[in-house]
Ligand binder design. Structure first.
Ligand SMILES: [Zn+2]
Ligand SMILES: [Zn+2]
Length: 262
């Protein structure tokens, strides 16, 4: 199972893109501006989009994706998210004012888009064309709107993506319960000086994340994502300085275009 990071920044500018991960060639996890980098052929191959939450930096490519390739597709694109997230998208995006409701175009029976609610802890298995294991399980997050992270599992192991979140105990309990955890992709949007904004907007800041990570035992690779543009180096400096010297994992900023295998 191949996870390609199309975008993972907390903003845009100078080729930064917001959260969108391409999984193999048929699944998107979040549809931020990173998804705008795909060719039309690649966009037309997307059969499933998992959305963590409805903030613009995670969904902005979705309406245009549908409009650009729907006519070439013979089956609906499935949009997987918590029911509360789907309701917000229906009310505020696919409402015929901001954008058409593609779950009714060209007809309700043969729509371009189908809403597929999924609950926290519910595992959806979507084997690839060769039958290899690919599993998606929403996990809790602590953010200002309904949000889930995702636990992904492929033939080689698992990957935990926190989505946008501040610290919360369920995250670390879930991480501990995955003996095959290979990659942790964790939000750290702010440096310590922006602690108040981080707390108000429910994102990790450097010191908070370092304190939580100190107890992490079973994950070899920690990738830091959603760094605010321009503050990347400062956040990573503060994180590294606050971590214990004997931490048994590598911690790095998640680069755009990185490919992770699970
Ligand atoms: Zn958010
Ligand atoms: Zn975000």
């Amino acid at each position: 199972m191949r996870v390609e990071i199309l975008g993972c920044s907390g903003g845009i500018g100078d080729d930064r893109h917001t959260t969108a991960f391409l999984i193999d060639d048929d699944i998107l996890l979040d549809a931020g501006s990173g998804a705008l980098r795909l060719s039309r052929a690649a966009l037309a191959r997307i059969d499933h989009v998992f959305v963590t939450h409805c903030h613009l930096d995670h969904i902005l490519a979705l309406p245009l994706l549908l409009d650009s390739v729907a006519g070439e597709r013979s089956r609906p694109l499935l949009l997987h998210a918590l029911p509360e997230v789907l309701e917000i998208l229906k009310d505020h995006i696919f409402n015929w004012r901001i954008w058409p409701d593609f779950s009714r175009i060209p007809s309700v029976k043969q729509a371009f888009l189908r809403y597929a609610p999924i609950s926290i802890g519910q595992t959806l298995a979507l084997p690839d064309a060769s039958g290899a294991r690919r599993e998606f399980t929403p996990i809790p997050a602590f953010h200002v709107v309904p949000t889930s992270g995702y636990l992904l599992r492929g033939p080689l192991g698992s990957l935990l993506f926190t989505s946008d979140t501040g610290g919360h105990s369920a995250l670390w309990e879930i991480a501990e319960r995955q003996p095959d955890l290979r990659h942790l992709l964790v939000d750290c949007s702010y440096a310590n000086a922006q602690k108040d904004i981080a707390i108000a907007s429910r994102h990790f800041y450097a010191e908070e994340l370092a304190a939580d990570l100190a107890g992490l035992k079973n994950c070899p690779e920690v990738w830091v994502a959603h760094l605010k543009p321009g503050a990347e180096a400062e956040i990573m400096r503060e994180l590294t300085a606050a971590l214990p010297l004997d931490a048994n994992f590598a911690i790095r900023p998640l680069p755009q275009d990185q490919i992770l295998e699970i």
